[in-house]
Design a binder for this molecule. Structure first.
Ligand code: SF4
Length: 326
């Protein structure tokens, strides 16, 4: 296979500049596949530097796919606490169970089977095939998209549509080192072709980069608007303790402990106390202090001084902190 010049340049840059990350360690093939599965789930919504300590702790506690398939929910959520988007953790466990049951404990090495697993979409499947199996796939993450848009100077709405970017990524070419190459492209975006202030002087492909030639590095984004949502959050307080419930009602933070909440549709004159961004929504939250100790199913009291000893999502902890300050 003859590599394109651009491919050679990017790989050479990667060999000299790649970060040492725990999931990039030289390990057996089986471990490599497990490491890739865990890291790709964690990296779905979270940055590399944040993921590192979580990845290390996760692997220490659940070193194999079997241990992950058998872990109890409490321990799993505790290990994920702080990473957010808890559905990823649950999907990861379900995926491990399906791999044990249907794939003889081995991560599938083809797109069709990977896409049947919970929590694995097109991007993650492409990343797994490239990194864990060295297959010629290029996962189009935010970093690679940015390099592509700048290198080709893609600005028009039509040009930055996902379908077009998927076609255009072929300009990066192929190599026998597919796993390294996928990571090299991501790394180039993360370290050099950064969102603001790209470091073009260190970029191995600047010679033919159209944005570099035009000295215009602005990026056009496909704007996805978050949905505005409105909630009344009910606070019941007894001495040092707050009442929480197990969330079976909302799709976010499913089965986790939250304050009792009620969603309102298009309220008038809603004066929120708090705003949160979660998944694809802007949460506008109004706090209501209540005295009646209304009975909720699956409710319990948490002591505000012992917050860290409970298995709580950061969302709930932040609200307790807010309540304590105000
Ligand atoms: S030359 Fe600059 S803008 Fe072009 S790909 Fe490299 S870092 Fe990005």
């Amino acid at each position: 296979m003859k590599e394109k010049i651009i491919t050679k340049k990017i790989l050479k840059w990667y060999d000299l500049n790649k970060r040492s990350l725990p999931w990039r360690k030289e390990v057996s093939l089986q471990k490599k596949q497990y490491y890739t599965l865990i890291s790709e789930f964690m990296l779905q919504q979270t940055q590399v530097t944040t993921v590192i300590p979580f990845f290390n702790r996760f692997l220490k506690n659940l070193p194999t796919i079997k241990s992950l398939a058998k872990v109890d929910e409490g321990k799993l959520i505790k290990l994920w606490e702080g990473l957010g988007y808890y559905s990823r953790a649950r999907n990861l466990k379900k995926t491990a169970q399906i791999i044990i049951k249907n794939f003889d404990g081995k991560l599938p090495n083809n797109l069709r089977d990977l896409l049947t697993l919970p929590g694995i979409g097109n991007y993650t499947a492409n990343a797994i095939l490239a990194i864990a199996f060295n297959k010629p796939y290029i996962p189009l993450d935010g970093n690679i998209e940015r390099v592509l848009k700048r290198y080709l100077y893609l600005k028009k709405d039509k040009e930055i549509q996902k379908d077009n970017l998927v076609q255009k990524k072929n300009i990066f070419g192929t190599t026998l080192r597919s796993g390294d190459y996928a990571q090299a492209l991501m790394e180039l975006g993360a370290l050099i072709c950064k969102q603001s202030n790209p470091i073009c002087v260190q970029c191995p492909i600047r010679k033919n980069c159209k944005s570099f030639k035009k000295k215009d590095f602005t990026l056009k984004k496909n704007i996805k608007k978050n949905k505005e949502k409105y909630f009344i959050l009910k606070v019941y307080k007894k001495r040092q303790r707050y009442l929480l419930i197990k969330n079976t009602k909302f799709n976010f933070l499913k089965n986790l402990s939250i304050f009792p909440m009620e969603e309102l549709s298009n309220p008038k004159n809603f004066n929120e106390n708090l705003n949160f961004k979660m998944s694809n929504m802007n949460m506008n939250i109004k706090i209501q202090y209540l005295k009646d100790n209304k009975k909720f199913t699956s409710s319990y009291w948490v002591d505000k001084k012992k917050l860290d000893s409970y298995m709580l999502p950061s969302f709930t902890k932040k609200i307790v902190r807010y309540l304590e300050k105000n």
